[in-house]
Design a protein around this ligand. Structure first.
Ligand SMILES: [Fe+2]
Length: 236
């Protein structure tokens, strides 16, 4: 298996490339339109065929390159079934498996709260467990819950009752980091997450999230409709 964490600096988005080296097949999680050519070049240089472009959710801060990747590589576009997007080839439900080549298996995990249809993906490889947590759990913080049908109560449930029940040594790879951190572990987040650690109770968390007073993402009005079409501007 080959694994690469890639970064898009305008939106501070991490894209993940995972491949089965036996079959030379790859997937990209949360690919970004701005870095489309970089990702194509990496695939070509590594002699990898892209099997799937997968989004964790309908992003509000950047445009996905999923449809553009399909156009160029003939890959399948996958994402949460509850998004109800006609542009996707594969609509994932909780606990669905995504198989890449002969050595890579991802499990789809329904993880609502940041948005009501958000999914994360779990990779088990040998003794390594990697959780691609999207915008649900970030390093020492978490995704906001104040738009796209977000819910801080649901996010609390996702993080405490799904993520924090995973083995302590599970590595967390989020969709964003704004402080140059690459990954964390479940154990470290249970101890150190300033928004939601092991001891945080639901009412404190909900209050904290209610009082964040964040600006809307600059691209939200533009990105959400385009991402609802897998990254292609809808002509109608
Ligand atoms: Fe998001």
């Amino acid at each position: 298996m080959l694994f690469k964490q890639l970064f898009e600096k305008e939106s501070s988005t991490y894209t993940y490339l995972i491949s089965c080296q036996e079959k030379q097949e790859a997937i990209l999680i949360d690919p970004v339109l701005e870095t489309l050519q970089r990702d194509i070049d990496i695939l070509n240089n590594l002699n990898l065929k892209l099997a799937y472009a997968i989004d964790t959710h309908i992003h509000a801060d950047h445009v996905t390159s999923a449809a553009a990747l399909r156009e160029i590589t003939n890959c399948k576009v996958a994402g949460p079934a509850n998004d109800n997007l006609k542009c996707r080839d594969i609509n994932l439900k909780n606990k669905d498996n995504i198989v890449v080549g002969s050595t890579v298996l991802l499990e789809a995990i329904y993880s609502p709260g940041h948005t009501n249809t958000h999914f994360s993906y779990m990779l088990n490889h040998n003794d390594n467990k990697l959780l691609f947590s999207g915008d649900a759990l970030l390093i020492n913080t978490c995704g906001r819950t104040d738009f796209q049908s977000g819910s801080s109560r649901e996010l609390f449930n996702t993080i405490k009752n799904i993520f924090y029940k995973l083995p302590d040594d599970t590595k967390i790879y989020p969709a964003h980091d704004y402080n140059n951190k690459n990954y964390s572990t479940i154990k470290d987040q249970k101890n150190d997450n300033s928004f939601i650690d092991e001891k945080t109770n639901v009412e404190n968390f909900v209050n904290k999230m209610k009082n964040l007073k964040l600006d809307m993402p600059k691209k939200i009005d533009y990105a959400v409709p385009i991402n609802s079409n897998c990254g292609i501007l809808n002509s109608d």
